[in-house]
Ligand binder design. Structure first.
Ligand code: ZN
Length: 203
């Protein structure tokens, strides 16, 4: 069945984090699964990301040219970014042990790309043409290496997703208040024995 790429699935706040979050419930082997297991979903994710990440992309479109090698590059960068950022959130600093894999994965995704990124109003290059999804993923991931960027990354205590906390007092707890925040409230009620119902399950 096709994944419905809803707004909630773009709670990460950056293309690179939304991509890491295509693995659901990381750290819970019994329930974790990969939304890119059907690799056709990568192109559908990219199409949805054009809309949900339009501000980050400067309105630029994303194109994903399917090949086994392209899929592999996306997955390798997704996993390297997840490892590096999760460790940084937990330890409070970027662990250089994670950088070689991360940077190699970014380099592979940028191979043969010829974009001019970061110009005024064109953060991902000229919006009149789409950018390759892999290249955009690498640009987004590399933007997280800036100190003020990765220090805003959080781990959702309900679903374990990564997200950027852009709240004014840096106090955002949940990836998505309307999903994980509410589920946690429900769970607390349930634990107090006031509410009968199932365990919180991520969608
Ligand atoms: Zn969450």
């Amino acid at each position: 069945m096709n994944v419905s790429w809803t707004k909630h699935r773009f709670s990460g706040g950056l293309l690179a984090l939304d991509t890491t979050n295509t693995v659901v419930l990381r750290g819970d082997p019994a329930r974790s699964f990969d939304r890119f297991e059907d690799t056709a979903e990568i192109a559908r994710f990219a199409a949805a990301a054009e809309g949900f990440r339009s501000a980050e992309l400067g309105g630029r479109g994303l194109s994903f040219q399917f090949s086994d090698a392209a899929v592999r590059r996306v997955i390798v960068l997704r996993e390297a970014a997840d490892r590096m950022l999760r460790a940084a959130v937990l330890s409070g600093g970027i662990e250089t042990i994670h950088l070689p894999d991360f940077l190699r994965a970014c380099a592979a995704c940028l191979d043969e790309s010829a974009e001019r990124v970061g110009a005024d109003g064109m953060p991902f290059g000229d919006p009149s043409l789409p950018i390759r999804f892999e290249a955009a993923l690498a640009v987004s991931a590399l933007s997280l290496l800036a100190v003020d960027a990765w220090k805003k990354v959080r781990i959702c205590p309900n679903c374990n997703w990564l997200f950027v906390d852009r709240s004014r007092n840096s106090s955002r707890l949940w990836c998505d208040m309307s999903v994980c925040g509410n589920r946690n409230k429900a769970k607390r009620h349930y634990q107090r024995g006031k509410l009968a119902g199932g365990e919180a399950v991520h969608v």
